[in-house]
Design a protein around this ligand. Structure first.
Ligand code: MTE
Length: 323
C-alpha cells in the first residue's frame, strides 16, 4: 500500500496535535512508500522470491457454483507461487516478498470467530463450525490491488451470508465490522506500520451479496498463513485491501465502521473502495493495471469486471464522492 511520502509533509503541518498525528501516519507510510511506485516500472518489483513452497492441506469437497450466480472467468490463473509470495499482510512486515517467510509459523489453530453486535443470536464460532456451515466452493476471482497490480485467484470458501444468517441480524444492523487478530503470541510481528488491530467494514447488503466470501483455501488447499489463514474476507469488486485477513471478530453495527486504511489516510482510501477506473487515487491513475505475470498493462474494469452483479446496489450513489 502506498500512502504519502515523508517529503510530502510540509513543516507547517506539524503544529497542533491533529497534524502531529497525521504526520505520524505519513512518517510510518514513508517507510512503506519507498518500495513501489505507480509507474510502468512496477512490474520489475514483482519478481517473486524463490524458496520452498509450503503447501496447505487438500480441502475435501470443492464445489463449483452455478455460472448464473458466479460469472466464470476466461483468464489465466495466477501461479500459486506468485499468489503466496507477493503479499500485503502488514502484521508480518511491510515487504511483500518477506511476508511468507515471516508468517511461516503463524499459529492458526485453535481459532475462533466471535460474531456479535446487533444480532439475535451472538456466538463465538470455532473455525470448524464455520467450515461446516456450507460446502467448500471454488471461486475464481480477479483481485485488483489499489497499488495497480492484479491477480486471478482460485479461492476456496463459503458465502459470508451463510455465517451472518446463523446469528440473525437485527433490523437496526446496517453495516458489518471485521477485525484481524493482533497477537504476538501467535507469531505476529505487529510493526509500527498501522494501528492494530487491522479493521475493515462493509455495508450489510455488500456483506450479504452472493459474490462476498470468507475464504479458507486457494488452489484446492487450506489457506497459507501469508494469505490470511485460517479465514479471510474476499470481496472481488473492491480493492484488495478490503479483503481483511485472519479474522477473529465480526460485529453487526448501525453506523459505518472505521477501516484501517481510511484511518491512515482518509483522502486516499475511502470506505467503499470499489474498483473504479474513473476515480484516480490522488497520486496515480486507476485506469490500468499490471496483471502479475503479464507484460504490459491492461485496462481496469468497472467494479473489477463484476458490474453486472453489483452495479445495482450502488444505483443513485455518487461514486466519486463515495470512493
Ligand atoms: N489484512 C490484514 N489483516 N492486514 C493487511 O495488511 N492487507 C490488505 C488485505 N488484507 C492486509 C489485509 C491488502 S493491502 C491487500 S492488497 C490484500 O490483503 C492482499 O492479499 P494477498 O496477500 O492474499 O494477495
Amino acid at each position: 500500500m502506498l500512502i504519502k511520502k515523508a517529503d510530502d509533509v510540509k513543516s507547517s503541518e506539524i503544529t497542533d496535535q491533529k497534524t502531529y498525528l497525521n504526520r505520524r501516519n505519513f512518517m510510518r507510510a514513508a517507510a512503506l512508500a519507498g518500495t513501489a511506485t505507480a509507474t510502468g516500472l512496477l512490474y520489475r518489483q514483482f519478481a517473486v522470491p524463490a524458496g520452498p513452497e509450503v503447501r496447505g492441506e487438500k480441502i475435501a469437497v470443492v464445489q463449483t457454483p452455478a455460472a448464473e450466480i458466479i460469472p466464470p472467468i476466461d483468464e489465466k490463473l495466477t501461479p500459486y507461487q506468485d499468489i503466496t509470495h507477493y503479499n500485503n499482510f502488514y502484521e508480518f512486515g511491510t515487504n511483500k516478498g518477506g511476508v511468507a517467510a515471516n508468517a511461516k509459523n503463524f499459529v492458526t489453530r485453535p481459532w475462533t470467530v466471535s460474531v456479535e453486535g446487533l444480532v439475535q443470536r451472538p456466538k463465538v464460532f470455532d473455525l470448524d463450525e464455520i467450515l461446516r456451515l456450507a460446502p467448500a466452493e471454488e471461486r475464481v476471482y480477479r483481485m485488483r490491488c489499489v497499488e495497480g497490480w492484479s491477480m486471478v485467484i482460485p479461492w476456496v470458501g463459503l458465502p459470508l451470508a451463510k455465517l451472518l444468517k446463523e446469528v440473525e441480524p437485527l433490523g437496526q444492523a446496517k453495516y458489518v465490522a471485521f477485525e484481524t487478530a493482533a497477537d504476538r503470541k501467535r507469531g505476529m510481528q505487529l510493526p509500527n506500520a498501522l494501528d492494530w488491530p487491522y479493521v475493515e467494514g462493509l455495508r450489510l447488503d455488500e456483506a450479504l451479496h452472493p459474490l462476498t466470501i470468507l475464504a479458507h483455501g486457494l488452489y484446492g488447499e487450506t489457506l497459507p498463513p501469508q494469505n490470511g489463514a485460517p479465514l479471510r474476507l474476499v470481496v472481488p469488486w473492491k480493492y484488495g485491501f478490503k479483503g481483511i485477513k485472519s479474522i477473529i471478530k465480526i460485529s453487526l453495527v448501525e453506523r459505518e465502521p472505521p477501516t484501517s486504511w481510511n484511518l491512515a489516510a482518509s483522502d486516499e482510501y475511502g470506505f467503499y473502495s470499489n474498483v473504479n477506473p474513473e476515480v484516480s487515487h490522488p497520486r496515480w491513475s486507476q485506469a490500468r493495471e499490471q496483471r502479475i505475470g503479464e507484460f504490459g498493462k491492461r485496462d481496469t474494469l468497472m467494479f473489477n469486471g463484476y458490474a453486472e452483479q453489483v452495479a445495482q446496489i450502488y444505483a443513485g450513489m455518487d461514486l466519486k464522492r463515495n470512493f
